[in-house]
Design a binder for this molecule. Structure first.
Ligand code: ATP
Ligand code: MG
Length: 291
């Protein structure tokens, strides 16, 4: 059975075709990664699936029902939740309140009414609070529930955003570069957490540049390049796919670190004149990219 089906989806910005007739499906209970160099169209694809952007053409089907053209809240209610490349929390609110936003999206109760303590249903408010706290506990941050979100480290913000996405009880979770900005230990914890999320029955679609994490976690990988899918398959298949190798590596055998670097930058390390290692927009300092 297919959980998500994306068919012939296309989206352009002015003259630039960011997503060019992309079709793929996601089976339930899997972790599927979407990889590709900066500008490949990964986030645009996520924006279309989650309803933030309208596709120019194509269809998105979730659980055999078309969600094409649905608004973000309708898509969230249908069972798809997401995190963003740049975590977007309400810094003035507490960590717990930030997670409660996700739960409110699911319950349909007016969040502002609850925040302002307007007359309503205190019982439902209590259950939303408890459910949000459970998600915070799940990502290991229950002890920070009462803290202002603005005081958190970058890695903690990512975890709160993940807890907020989980608070909608999604069947499909879209994660856009969840490891970006995390240190090695945080990345290891994230990998274990994503696996636990999958094991509890949530299907995961993951955009990520960290190839160690991708190869380690994913059941399936989709390679996007200039808005088109150039390869799809298991991690082993992708690493040895002739099209991936010839597009990124000039058709020669390379060690895995070079495959990772080339997949990240979209450039061939030895052919970039005066190549040097600098951080990319979406990569933290230390994770270099050839420019
Ligand atoms: N709102 C927008 N308006 C104009 N152009 C856009 C917009 N969003 C994305 N693009 C362009 O579409 C292309 C694909 O962008 P997208 O953000 O989807 O890439 P990406 O694969 O997520 O890259 P990265 O790995 O850097 O996050 C890029 O050339 C980008 O500049
Ligand atoms: Mg992106």
């Amino acid at each position: 059975m297919t959980l998500l089906e994306v068919k012939h989806v296309r989206r352009s910005f002015g003259g630039l075709v960011a997503v060019n007739g992309v079709s793929f499906s996601v089976n339930p209970g899997r972790i599927k990664a979407v990889i590709g160099p900066n500008g490949a169209g990964k986030t645009t694809l996520f924006n279309i699936i989650s309803g933030l952007l309208k596709a120019d053409a194509g269809q998105v089907t979730f659980k055999d029902r078309s969600i094409t053209g649905f608004k973000p809240y309708q898509i969230a209610r249908a069972g798809i939740s997401r995190t963003f490349q740049n975590p977007s929390l309400f810094f003035q609110m507490s960590v717990l309140e930030n997670v409660m936003v996700g739960r409110h999206r699911r319950s349909g109760r007016e969040f502002a009414a609850c925040c302002l303590r307007l007359p309503g249903q205190p019982k439902e408010e209590r259950s939303i609070r408890e459910a949000a706290l459970a998600q915070l506990d799940y990502v290991g941050l229950a002890h920070l529930a009462g803290f202002p979100a603005g005081g958190l480290s970058f890695g903690q913000r990512r975890m709160v955003e993940l807890a907020r996405a989980l608070a909608t009880d999604p069947e499909l979770l879209l994660l856009d570069e969840p490891a970006s900005g995390l240190n090695t230990r945080e990345k290891e914890n994230l990998g274990a957490l994503i696996r636990r999320i999958r094991d509890r029955g949530v299907t995961v679609l993951l955009v990520e540049h960290d190839m160690t994490l991708v190869m380690d976690l994913s059941d399936d990988i989709l390679v996007l390049h200039n808005g088109t899918i150039i390869a799809e398959g298991s991690p082993v298949t992708i690493q040895s796919d002739p099209k991936v190798i010839s597009t990124y590596l000039g058709g020669e055998f390379r060690p895995p670190e070079e495959v990772e670097l080339a997949l990240l930058t979209g450039e061939r390390p030895d052919t970039a004149p005066g190549a040097r290692v600098v951080p990319t927009r979406s990569s933290p300092v230390g994770e270099g990219a050839v420019r």
